[in-house]
Design a binder for this molecule. Structure first.
Ligand SMILES: Nc1nc2c(ncn2[C@@H]2O[C@H](COP(=O)(O)OP(=O)(O)O)[C@@H](O)[C@H]2O)c(=O)[nH]1
Ligand SMILES: [Mg+2]
Length: 482
């Protein structure tokens, strides 16, 4: 390559004229030097412009993890911590979501009540779905075999809370829920509902999922929400307000609690559970608190993009884009196109799930699934240079679970005789994740891990501070490299 000989056309063309005088030569050299310096300046300018452009390039962060791992909640923490103004603007939209969440809580109880009250055979058989239950050890205050005694009080509560069925439908429509799940458990006795056979019904978590595609940062959908029959929202608010006392009563009812225990349903541990705050949320002028919004349930489908302009912190003024993804198995293929160009991945692994199974595949242990996904992400060549940050999430639930008498070693054989406390267990899980990263990363990389409970916004803000700085540094380094 690049050889030049005397008769090379290019060399001949740019060679100085053979009969050049010394003055001519000097003038020529000067002109050439000037041209060079102009060209160098242009080069420098171009380089600076490119760097500036890259600096302006948003920081891209991908939130990954199985379904229910805490991705959307982490996203909310980012918004709350770094973009408080837009957070405040969205507060009103969340009100409807939370009203829907609590309405579903009640309707779920009503469904179970209807089933129990109309089908005494279930009563004698005990829990219909105990074979599919997340954990086989008895819950605290374990199911008694005593028959459930329903009275007129229950019939009356059912009657008076009946209008919440319509509220659920209206709110789902307003938010844009489109879901089979909703139809599935809509209303036993409702002519339009495809009510499942009683023996097949699975009064689980799925009941209160908002399975839909609405996202709060989508302008057209926001507008749709705004214009959609504001009187419907008003009406729903009125009905909920009127039901406040009965909501409280049905939740506090001893027989209802016994029924839930019998069916091994821990509603208070479910997504979007708000019945403990019924009075406050049912108020006509209810304003969601930060905590309410962080705890609100809104299921993510597909990959959604959330631009955040940082208003505080070291990254102030910079633009970030967070990608929140659907985590269930069928949705994971959609992640890969986003791997190419991202600055960092925050990977969420809920470690309280060591004794649970995937909702979409009951054969698979949720912790095993997280390990498998983690290995996939770590081993990806596309991500070889991408910073990966691991959140071992739901530490609060892990702690509760272990304190309630569930043993890690009963579900994770390798755990052995280690102490059954949250600190020891999280360290143990962490070492497992670290080992997977070490073994499967194409290039060596730093293991960055945080023990989190992302529903705790104060603690999470501190974690995000560390994470933010690390990601920003990585982003700037990649800018300097071009
Ligand atoms: N107790 C507790 N609940 C959590 C934690 N992280 C998430 N959750 C709850 O778990 C549910 C699923 O969280 P979400 O962020 O929607 O998960 P995603 O499916 O990964 O987006 C929500 O009801 C959250 O409030 C946590 O650290 N502790
Ligand atoms: Mg989500």
């Amino acid at each position: 390559m690049g050889h030049s000989t005397d008769d090379d056309p290019l060399t001949l063309a740019i060679a100085p004229p053979p009969n050049e005088t010394p003055e001519e030569k000097e003038a020529r050299l000067k002109a050439e030097a000037e041209a060079r310096s102009v060209s160098e300046k242009i080069d420098e300018q171009l380089k600076a412009e490119r760097a500036a452009l890259k600096k302006k390039k948003p920081v891209k962060v991908l939130l990954l993890g199985q379904s229910e791992s805490g991705k959307s909640t982490t996203l909310k923490n980012f918004q709350l911590t770094y973009s408080p103004k837009s957070w405040a603007e969205e507060r009103e939209s969340w009100r409807i979501v939370i009203q829907l969440n609590i309405t579903r809580n009640v309707n779920m109880i009503l469904d179970l009540l209807s089933e129990e009250m109309s089908n005494p055979s279930i009563l004698l058989q005990g829990s219909v779905d105990s074979d599919e239950s997340d954990d086989d050890s008895p819950l605290p205050g374990s199911p008694s075999n005593a028959p459930l005694r329903f009275t007129d009080k229950h019939a009356l509560l059912k009657l008076r809370l009946g209008p919440l069925r319509g509220v659920q439908r209206d709110l789902e429509q307003i938010i844009g829920t489109s879901s089979n799940e909703e139809v599935f458990f809509a209303l036993p006795g409702d002519p339009q509902a495809l009510s499942p056979p009683a023996s097949k019904s699975r009064p689980k978590e799925a009941f209160i999922r908002a399975n839909h595609t609405w996202k709060l940062n989508n302008k057209s959908q926001q507008a749709a929400v705004k214009h959609f029959k504001e009187n419907k929202v008003h009406e729903a608010t009125e009905i909920i307000a009127g039901c406040a006392d009965d909501m409280r009563a049905i939740w506090d009812d001893a027989t209802v609690q016994q029924m839930l225990r019998k069916r091994r349903i821990r509603m208070e541990a479910m997504s979007g559970f708000f019945l403990n705050d019924a009075e406050r949320i049912a108020m006509r002028n209810y304003q969601p608190s930060d905590d309410d919004i962080v705890r609100a349930r809104l299921r993510t489908l597909g990959v959604q993009e959330y631009p955040i302009k940082f208003e505080t912190g070291p990254a102030t003024g910079s633009d970030w884009i967070l990608y929140d993804v659907g985590g269930s198995r069928t949705q994971r293929a959609a992640w890969f196109p986003y791997f190419d160009d991202c600055d960092a991945i925050i990977f969420l692994a809920p470690i309280s799930c060591f004794d649970e199974r995937l909702a979409e595949d009951r054969k698979v242990n949720r912790l095993e699934d997280s390990y498998m996904l983690w290995r996939l992400v770590c081993s990806s060549k596309l991500l070889a240079k991408t910073q990966i940050i691991l959140f071992l999430n739901k530490c609060d639930l892990l702690d509760q679970k272990l304190k309630s008498g569930i043993f890690v070693k009963d579900h994770v054989r390798s755990y052995g005789d280690r102490s059954n406390d949250a600190v020891t267990a999280s360290k143990y899980f962490s070492s497992h994740f670290k080992e997977i990263m070490r073994r499967h990363s194409p290039e060596s990389r730093t293991f960055r891990v945080h023990m989190t409970s992302v529903i705790d916004t104060t603690a999470t803000a501190a974690t995000l501070g560390v994470v933010e700085e690390g990601i920003l540094q990585g982003h700037l380094r990649s800018v300097d490299l071009i």
